[in-house]
Design a protein around this ligand. Sequence first.
Ligand code: KIV
Length: 306
Amino acid sequence: MYSNGRPVAPARKHTAPELRARKGSGKTISMVTAYDFTMARLVDEAGVDMVLVGDSLGMVVQGLTNTIPVTLDEICYHGRAVARGLVSAHIVGDLPFMSYQVSASQAVESAGKLMKDGAFESVKLEGGTEVAEHVFRIVRAGIPVVGHVGLTPQSVHALGGFKVQGRGDEAAERLIADAKALEKAGAFAVVLEAIPPDLAARVTQELSIPTIGIGAGPSCDGQVLVCTDLLGMFRGAAPKFAKRYADLGDAVVGAVRAYIDEVQAGTFPGPDHSYKPNAPAATAASAARVHEMPKLDTPPGLDLRH
Ligand code: KIV
């Protein structure tokens, strides 16, 4: 599909109906977050199915302690950059805190803004039964929706921190009811975040739409990770489920240290990274030609001879 990092043939975009139809097919969905064009191109080239422009950008890109201050305009800005880097991956945008909770109408308007200004192909929102009506209305407006239950970071203060959810029979039954309400409302997939693996397995079995787990064990129909966790770029404490597949953070620090050393030693830039010097004869000839040029009426400050 790619040659030298460039697509050589038009790749088929993964669509919401196709991803929904993966349920029971044995083809597990892979999803990662991305927040800019460069990362989007790389994860798309790797062959990921879905890219989420999550409101986690508040923590990863902006350095906030939670996702609450993130705005719709910020999600749209990052969405446009990510969309330009994707050839085949489906792009999902997060509806940020207070852009959909107020009313179903507000939810439809905000989802519409993500699609129009953010170049998204679907939207994701947090919550269960309490947002089912909102999901229904967004879907009816022609916008595919991904649900998100379990640890819902926009409710971090109500939950008392970033904690495992769905522990105990009552909480587990509530979570199953929430996931079913989202399915009934028309969501095409549901993210299950930070719940016990046996509960995730039960939800996955009881739903007819794919579940996409993050900290929800191996039985889900798909998995999602935050790109900077996966790549080992994040310097703070990472959650238990955030497996590192590389140590790019250390690689970046090492590379920049090597650059600083060479700059200080005067060995960068060397001949390989400098343009050819002007040949003395060529310089003299071109200078002579410049002096033969007729005098032009150039605007003040624009002298074409230098
Ligand atoms: O915002 C985000 O990145 C998310 C994922 C962790 C699922 O919601």
